[in-house]
Design a binder for this molecule. Structure first.
Ligand SMILES: O=C(O)CCC(=O)C(=O)O
Length: 256
């Protein structure tokens, strides 16, 4: 799929709210295929070295298992992912949302294992990144499981894409997660069926509850931005942990 048609209603919804649900971006058969790949990453069969970390370090109770598993750049370790349906369709939807110059900046896996019960703190993705002159950026959050409030579906603050970036700080002493002041009262929960996804703007405030269920909550995330901005990031030495792995960093001085 090279092109994807979004209705004016969908485009307006994204513009006004900062997120959009796209149902069944991959089929049930494709979900099965992606789950098998995902589990090879989780089990360590596909070794990602320092690109794996605990995003929930110090936020959850466990000191021995990851509270939130984050794997940066799965496509670096399994390049065929780039040619598979998910990456291709996300690229097409992103172009429809933000223009033909959109390209993948990075991809990542974020899993909440059963019972880990660790929130992803409220944040805006822009606070994690360099301040770019062109602010267009979009993340696709694909759920391979049935994402519910109980296991950590995404919550968004509608319209926050059109506001400012709030002041962010580290959410804990050691971990890399950032947090800003926000609450569920401002937000809406967005449960998803397996194979469905949300697209959210880099400025949209979001968060997820912990996984208190007995099942995995596997999310496969792709972030895209204009080609020229990716070139600028790389020129400035910023690759979203592709080579340097995950490390604690507040990249955007502006939002401290
Ligand atoms: O999966 C999560 O809990 C958080 C994901 C997230 O923050 C993102 O995709 O930007």
């Amino acid at each position: 799929m090279n092109t994807y048609k979004l209705s004016q209603r969908q485009l307006d919804f994204f513009e006004d709210n900062g997120y959009l649900v796209v149902e069944h971006i991959i089929s049930p058969q494709e979900v099965t295929q992606y789950k098998a790949i995902y589990d090879d990453f989780l089990s360590g069969k596909i070794d990602v070295g320092g690109n794996r970390s605990d995003l929930g370090e110090d936020l959850g109770e466990s000191k021995t298992v990851e509270n939130i598993t984050q794997i940066m750049w799965p496509s670096k370790f399994l390049p065929e992912l780039l040619e598979m349906v998910y990456h291709q369709r996300v690229l097409a939807v992103s172009k429809a949302l933000m223009g033909d110059d959109m390209e993948m900046d990075f991809d990542m896996l974020i899993n909440k294992a059963p019972g880990t019960n660790t929130i992803t703190p409220w944040h805006q993705d822009e606070a994690y990144w360099m301040n770019m002159p062109d602010k267009r950026s979009v993340s696709c959050w694909l759920s391979l499981d049935h994402a519910t409030e109980e296991n950590g579906c995404m919550w968004f603050v509608p319209g926050s894409n059109n506001g400012k970036v709030r002041s962010h700080r580290f959410a804990s002493k050691e971990g890399g997660a950032l947090v800003c002041d926000a609450s569920e009262e401002e937000g809406v929960a967005v449960p998803l069926l397996p194979g469905s996804c949300t697209f959210h703007h880099g400025r949209t405030l979001h968060y997820s509850r912990g996984n208190s269920s007995s099942h995995q909550r596997r999310a496969f995330i792709i972030n895209l931005r204009p080609k020229a901005m990716i070139q600028l990031e790389r020129k400035l030495g910023y690759d979203h942990g592709k080579e340097s792995g995950s490390k604690r960093k507040l990249d955007n001085e502006e939002f401290k």
